[in-house]
Design a protein around this ligand. Structure first.
Ligand code: IPD
Ligand code: CA
Ligand code: CA
Ligand code: CA
Length: 283
């Protein structure tokens, strides 16, 4: 069984402290950064704040746990092939921290106050700690495997909707215009008439945290990376929800096409995506 501590140091406490510090720094830089570049496509943005936050997070984790491995978005070459390769090389590490230093870069760049820091810790490939922090709302979402999930210290529970037609669902419109975007649009098109409504707010990690908190009934997105999902997936599971890939297979770190829900709507949710052939990137 995994431990949640080394000596007197708690993994969760370090994750919380690190996400809070990085989030506060990111917030202080809102509207105050000089470099804006594109990565994999012209819609895939990165700033010096993404990089600075990742550096800060790596330093803090390494100070406390020098023997742990770290996978962070800004340490990996852009694009699905390179990110899969980076994950495969490291995913079986005993302790692996999975970091999205700034999830929702486009929102950050535009001052749309919906972005987050996402930090997960996996033990032999299984996520045991997940922390997502939204500095703009000062909301800290925390989960520990088998111990529940909390927002601002209060226990979270998923929502109660039993039917898709009563559900508020979220998705993303990924920057990968030719691969993941059209498949997401196909799903959006198919689901829209079948649900109460759809939200596309621009941070996968926060969408998952909102499913955990019962503010959304479900979330799906094609073509994500481990760092977008790992912390949020544990939040949803520990709040009583269900997390699979869009074809219904169990969640693992390698899953890119994520479907998370309150559990009650899961089957109907996936069958609508499947009927629209919107469950995976077509090749
Ligand atoms: C992105 C956000 C967005 C999602 C994209 C992600 P980033 O992450 O989570 O909501 O639609 O697919 O890449 O690049 O802002 O960390
Ligand atoms: Ca990015
Ligand atoms: Ca992200
Ligand atoms: Ca990011």
């Amino acid at each position: 069984n995994p431990s949640f501590t080394v000596g007197s140091k708690s993994f969760t406490a370090v994750a919380i402290n690190t996400a809070s510090k990085a989030g506060e720094w990111i917030q202080s830089k809102l509207g105050d950064f000089n470099s804006l570049h594109t990565k994999y496509s012209s819609q895939d943005l990165v700033t010096e704040i993404d990089k600075g936050a990742e550096k800060m997070i790596r330093n803090l984790i390494q100070t406390h746990f020098p023997h742990h491995s770290i996978l962070g978005e800004e340490g990996v070459e852009p694009g699905p092939a390179a990110s899969s390769k980076a994950l495969e090389a490291i995913k079986d590490a005993e302790y692996l921290w999975i970091v999205d230093p700034l999830d929702g870069t486009t929102n950050f760049v535009h001052g749309f106050p919906f972005f987050s820091v996402s930090i997960a810790l996996a033990y032999k490939g299984e996520v045991i700690v997940g922390v997502v922090y939204n500095p703009m709302s000062n909301e800290l979402f925390v989960a520990e495997k088998g111990k529940g999930a909390y927002v601002k210290g209060k226990p979270m529970n998923v929502s109660k909707e039993a039917k898709l037609i009563d559900s508020l669902i979220a998705t993303g419109l990924p920057a990968d215009r030719n691969g993941a975007l059209p498949v997401n649009l196909q799903g959006l098109n198919a689901l829209c008439p079948k649900v109460r409504n759809i939200r596309v707010a621009g941070s996968a990690a926060l969408h998952l945290a909102y499913v955990a908190a019962g503010r959304l009934s479900g979330f799906w997105e094609i073509g994500l990376n481990a760092w977008d999902i790992a912390a949020g997936a544990l939040l949803v599971e520990e709040s009583g929800g269900k997390v699979t890939d869009t074809e219904g297979n169990p969640y693992t770190l390698s899953v890119r096409n994520i479907a998370a829900s309150n559990g009650h709507i899961h089957k109907e949710f996936l069958s609508e995506l499947d009927a629209a052939s919107a469950v995976a990137i077509q090749v």
